[in-house]
Design a protein around this ligand. Sequence first.
Ligand code: NAD
Ligand code: USQ
Length: 405
Amino acid sequence: MKIAVLGGDGFVGWPTSLHLSNLGHEVHIVDNLSRRWIDTELGVQSLTPMDSIQERCRIWRQETGREIRFHLLDLAKEYERVKQWLAEERPDVVIHFAEQRAAPYSMKTDRHKVYTVGNNVNATHNLLAALVETGIDAHLVHLGTMGVYGYSSVGAPIPEGYLDVEIATPAGPRGQQILYPTKPGSIYHMTKSLDQILFQFYAQNDGLRITDLHQGIVWGTHTDQTRRHPQLINRFDYDGDYGTVLNRFLIQAAIGYPLTVHGTGGQTRAFIHVQDSVRCIELALSDAPEAGERVKIFNQMTETHRVRDLAELVAKITGATVAYLPNPRKEADENDLLVKNDQFLALGLDPIRLQEGLLSEVVDVAKKFAHRIDRKRVPAVSAWTRDIARRVDHDPEGKRLKSVS
Ligand code: NAD
Ligand code: USQ
């Protein structure tokens, strides 16, 4: 199939592009490279040395004989070019990763809120409008987030997108399935909730065929394809804005930095290894909805963990110390999380579980590139409110902090 990977230069988009190219698909990466500019804005770099996207594609071709083409395009700002690109390339599948994905970055300042909403909502809507206008019947696969549900499961597992409800009517109770009520915990997560409504409308009004993957926190770094050559290495974010919790604990352990648990660490979240993430996308492609069908929603996660349990596990394996810090976020101190992921299991996913070998692999990568880590960029300083900002003013190494933006 001809597959457009929007956001294919990113942490999940790059290994997905390699995985799909390796399976024999014709892969086109579309990206505006905004993530690389944000690194520059924040004064930080990927732990792993990433080459330019053009060089990455060249190495892939050299290693495999397969071509991945790169197109520099801003989905949010260049509507006419997006439409023209789709009309010319006519992909069978469009995989949409191209959004600003860090919750802390989205909460940094009002400017970052405005940027995140403008970028994410316009990117998604431009794509939908252009698909309708060009009449391309591509299967659109979007990377959404578990965070649209909020994280409290009221004791019942979170279903895959839709909730059975009973509505009292004068004629008696009526059953209905509705989108699971959304409860985003950051501006970023809110944009993913808005995406859901856009998808619902375009599937119903224009018969677009859409799959929304509600993904948990992705951890790990290598996949089978990124391992093939040092220059195919994946991006790895460790900083306080873009680094996600488990990957952060692993690099912190590698450089002898205390593990930065926010609050009590009682937050429970869903996780998936990056190798499973790319496999799930492959599986979702094999199960596309028909025109006129409602949006197909999968929960793309394999297990749930409490933050403090992860910290304790990493500390046990590596000998790291754990620091319990004032939480820069407005979120529940403690929550349970039960999640259904039956659809991927039914399609043949054999989940990779958190295991010492894979955790140690990340620690080894971090040790290899430890010289690239700026310790000042490790603490999370983006606070959810002004009140919270006042208490987030120190890091576990005792130095005073200030935000870089
Ligand atoms: P990333 O930031 O590494 O990659 C996103 C890519 O999209 C970047 O290369 C960026 O330059 C590009 N992009 C952003 N806005 C664009 C625009 N307007 N036009 C063109 N390109 C644009 O993020 P990631 O970690 O690879 O995540 C990919 C997707 O998966 C995101 O939508 C994210 O919300 C979702 N997701 C990620 C995780 C995770 O833990 N990383 C978990 C759940 C869901
Ligand atoms: N946390 C710590 N210490 C840290 C970093 C984070 O205790 O050093 C805590 C946070 O306070 C939070 C939890 O760990 O309670 C998860 O934080 P995170 O940064 O790992 O994940 P999150 O902000 O939710 O965002 C990430 C991705 C996002 C994706 C989301 C999936 O950046 O793109 O949508 O995971 S989910 O969490 O399931 O909504």
